[in-house]
Ligand binder design. Structure first.
Ligand code: NAD
Length: 253
């Protein structure tokens, strides 16, 4: 795999924890300048502290991806600080287990769609013109296995992740001739705060999570990060509009 990352610039949303944090650390370890964005100031600053302690280059920007002004400012600050934007990992997302479909509330619907769908759309809306102007770039959006199939008791979340894949595929085609690639990553159950919160809410969920993966275990944030780096790398130069499962074989059943 050809990794030509050194000196390039990456934005990661949801970089204060879990998959986003692991990917920000992995980008920085490859020599990229990383803009770590999160609504959680403490988490985002801690990610930057760890990158800098390891000798890497990073900047924290507080950003709520549901707010257009925040997203616009995130991209402006990235270009003002590092001069360009090569890679974007639009990963910030929330999960609310809302029971069966009829039990969900309008507030839950708006909250999930706001972060998971509008957030990804707003990020791409402000990233794509920058990438067009500089002659190329790569975007990876975080969907989920729940974006490729059913997710009982999480129908709104599942719909939001299907929407992320729709945005990804459409953008990939619209910008394919502009040297911009757009792909999605579809993790299975990954050991992050999100998974631990769900496990605390329903211990049975944690207990059975490993069993839904043929590998017999849940995944790690670092395993998702390495798939994101692959999609960003020149090794994936002919891959766009793809939704890549990182799920221990769960969707192959
Ligand atoms: P996490 O909760 O550990 O981390 C998510 C991060 O996003 C947090 O730092 C949080 O502060 C941030 N965030 C939340 N709302 C935000 C907003 N409005 N603006 C900016 N930042 C915001 O979650 P994770 O498990 O690392 O999940 C990351 C992504 O992966 C999400 O999109 C999630 O849906 C997806 N995913 C997770 C799993 C899993 O099992 N953990 C599986 C499939 C997909």
């Amino acid at each position: 795999m050809s990794m030509t990352f050194a000196g390039r610039v990456a934005v990661v949303t949801g970089a204060g924890a879990g998959i986003g944090k692991a990917t920000a650390l992995a980008f920085a370890a490859e020599g990229l300048c990383v803009v770590a964005a999160d609504v959680d100031v403490h988490g985002g600053q801690e990610t930057v502290r760890q990158i800098q302690a390891a000798g890497g280059i990073a900047l924290f920007v507080r950003c709520n991806v549901t707010l257009e002004a925040d997203v616009k400012q995130l991209m402006e600050q990235t270009v003002n600080t590092y001069g360009r934007l090569d890679y974007a990992f639009n990963n910030a997302g929330i999960e609310i287990e809302q029971g069966r479909l009829a039990d969900g509330t309008q507030d839950e619907f708006d909250a999930i769609m706001g972060v998971n769908v509008k957030g990804v759309w707003l990020c791409m809306k402000y990233q794509l013109p920058l990438m067009v102007a500089q002659g190329g770039g790569v975007i990876v959006n975080t969907a989920s296995v729940a974006g490729l199939g059913a997710a009982p008791k999480m129908s709104i979340y599942s719909a939001s992740k299907h929407a992320v894949i729709g945005l990804t595929k459409s953008a990939a085609i619209e910008y394919a001739k502009k040297s911009i690639r757009v792909n999605a990553i579809c993790p299975g159950v990954i050991d992050t705060d999100m998974f631990r919160r769900a496990g605390e809410a329903d211990p049975r969920k944690a207990q059975y999570a490993a069993a839904v993966h043929p590998m017999g275990r849940i995944g790690t944030a670092e395993e998702v990060a390495s798939a994101v780096l692959y999609l960003c790398s020149d090794g994936a130069a002919f891959t766009t509009g793809h939704a890549l499962a990182v799920d221990g074989g769960a969707l192959a059943i």
